[in-house]
Design a binder for this molecule. Sequence first.
Ligand code: SER
Length: 317
Amino acid sequence: MASNERILILGSEGQLGSELSVILQQKHGLQNVICSDIRNGKPEADRRFMELDVLDAEAIEQVIISENITTIYLLAAVLSAKGETNPNFAWKLNMDSLLHVLNFAVKHKVNRVFWPSSIAAFGPTTPRDFTPQLPYMDPTTVYGISKLSGELWCQYYFNRYGLDVRSLRYPGIISWKTPPGGGTTDYAVEIFHEALKKNEYTCFLQENTALPMMFVDDAIRATIELMEAPAESIKVRTSYNLAAVSFTPGELAKSIQKRMPDFKMGYKTDYRQAIADGWPSSIDDSAARKDWGWNHQFDTEGMVDEMLDNLKKQLLG
Ligand code: SER
């Protein structure tokens, strides 16, 4: 397929990258999508993959130049829970990678950059229900601090250099192809694996902790739609609130029990409870809906069906 875009994905093997890369390859052609990750990529015919550490500034710049990159998706990150085990490294990885990409994008005239933010950019003083686009934000995790700071850097590069950098504040992403790594919302993925393998799950969050969530297909579509929207419709240059559904571990367990009546849910909270307690329970994403037409498709029941059906097939091999 002919495409004028030359795309670099940093972090292509993670939860979002592994699915976004396939859609971008379909749209722009295998040769025009350079996948990269610190981990070994899956060997597939004709797929462009290179091992790249996002902290290796020189290597990133080389790829941008040699591959004539026009669009960069920076998806590599240390997530909320893992970040707390090594805050200095999480800060370094999350911030240095962003600043490298922003600087090289300006220097080498890259057209467009995508960088993900998160509900972790909010904090305990932020209104929890239907959290608005621009409330008071006081993140308590190093991941959240890096997301809030990163949003402001994105806006700064847009204002100062005219760089077309776009961002979404993802809620917890629920996916079956690739697991998330080191997040606080990971329970909502683990629960499906354990339900199918053991018919029981012990949750590290309390039964009544509501968090905003989204099925991965919606998250990928939101990313593509944001990136394809005309520049003049992008009014928020920090990061857009993005929402689909919101549920508690107790509600998710009930929804699984409708399909698997013997499924048992237990609770044993750990340090991740305090992280979740500082996050919104639901999100007002009306700016995204108004500016570039965002609309989610999967509700909680639809998402549960997709997860169980696909994981069952995967387990059966
Ligand atoms: N899902 C992420 C996490 O739990 C939030 O961005 O860290």
